[in-house]
Design a protein around this ligand. Structure first.
Ligand SMILES: *Cc1c(COP(=O)(O)O)cnc(C)c1O
Length: 370
């Protein structure tokens, strides 16, 4: 007799759905017999510029050492990050993507009988890392698509160990101000670790978004997570980092894989941190692309959620799934967000100007068909 290995999984895992990634270009090309080079993918908040030549050179240099284990302590990258972020080396935790940082937090601080608090329409990885370790996911209704921080505060109890907040948030693009963040941090009980997920913060520089690093010194229960996957353009290499007190970093370090960031990723990230021009060009491209899409939506009579990320959610005023399918047939991949509780929206990553145009033309065509 064989066991029912779904029923045997721990209850939190049975209730999870697997993470649904953006549809890969090659998959759509196979399905529709299309030329992959003709497909536009604006589905995973990837950097549309392609990798920086400096990063490619650093990877080429690192190839010779491929037979060796990477530096498990990531000394070179941590040093650069500590410098840039105005913290001590001991406060930096490196992750296989910032996803890894979130996972380390779950493994180190959550367990059955404990809970994590986060918002409706928040990043899909928060329930995964919470329920994977048997903890309760406490999901607080959003307010105007964004985090309702006072309501999240009210949901915290003795068993709460972690609050996940993202600024700006994915998939909604919503954000909160420094004042709102500071008020929240002041009121969060000291036994709760606040994970401030700043995956898109580089796109928000110079805006009214707070820099989470400014709050680290005042709040020992704060962890700021960041990534090289978005503005730095290294999504495929998987590098992210956490900034916290040295105590929290030490705890996370105890549960991580010894070599969680590979040597090519370390070399690439070191080059990327020092490549200010790439970041600046990406920001400019994102800003103009954001305006291009908004203008296109206006012409089509569509609303959207204002966003500080490299993506925007358009409101189709109807169930979005058929429009998503129609766009696929036009060779354009965007992201449905029904699984985030947003059935009438599609999330579009800001692409190159020509990609944005392709998407807008395809959208007009699909909507005209009705
Ligand atoms: C993309 C994203 C991440 C991290 O992605 P990694 O590639 O694992 O670094 C984290 N949080 C949010 C909200 C994101 O959108």
């Amino acid at each position: 007799m064989s066991g029912n290995f779904l029923a045997l999984a721990q209850p939190g895992v049975q209730q999870l759905s697997p993470y649904v990634p953006g549809k890969p270009v090659d998959e759509l090309a196979r399905e529709l017999n299309l030329d992959p080079s003709k497909i536009v993918k604006l589905a995973s908040n990837e950097n549309p510029m392609g990798p920086s030549p400096k990063v490619l050179a650093a990877i080429r240099d690192a190839l010779a050492e491929l037979t060796r284990y990477p530096d498990g302590n990531g000394f070179a990258l941590k040093s650069l990050l500590a410098d840039k972020c105005r913290v001590e080396l001991s406060q930096v935790t490196l992750g296989n993507g910032s996803n890894d940082i979130l996972e380390l937090v779950g493994r180190a601080y959550l367990a059955p009988g404990l809970n994590a608090v986060f918002s409706e329409h928040a990043f899909a990885v928060y329930p995964i890392v919470t329920q994977a370790v048997g903890a309760e996911a406490r999901i607080i209704p959003a307010k105007a698509w964004g985090h309702d921080l006072p309501a999240m505060l009210a949901a915290i109890d003795e068993q709460t160990r972690v609050v996940f907040i993202a600024n700006p948030n994915n998939p909604t693009g919503t954000w909160f101000s420094a004042e709102v963040l500071d008020n929240f941090l002041q009121d969060v009980p000291e036994h709760v670790l606040v994970v401030l997920d700043e995956a898109y913060i580089e796109y928000a520089e110079g805006s009214d978004l707070p820099d989470g690093l400014d709050f680290l010194a005042a709040y020992p229960n704060l962890l700021v997570s960041r990534t090289f996957s978005k503005a730095y353009g290294l999504a495929s290499l998987r590098v992210g980092y956490g900034l916290s007190t040295a105590v929290v970093a030490d705890v996370l370090n105890r549960v991580r894989q010894p070599f969680n960031v590979n040597s090519l990723a370390l070399a690439a990230a070191c080059a990327a941190v020092q490549d200010a021009e790439y970041l600046e060009e990406g920001r400019r491209l994102n800003e103009s692309g954001m305006l291009q899409l908004q203008e296109g939506f206006r012409e089509l009579g569509l609303g959207w959620i204002p966003s500080k990320g490299n993506f925007i959610c358009v409101d189709l005023g109807q169930v979005a799934a058929p429009v998503f399918q129609g766009l696929l047939r036009e060779g354009v991949i965007v992201r449905p967000v029904a699984n985030y509780g947003m059935p009438n929206h599609l999330r579009i990553t800001i692409g190159l100007p020509a990609e944005n145009s392709r998407f807008l033309e395809a959208l007009a065509k699909v909507l005209a068909r009705g």
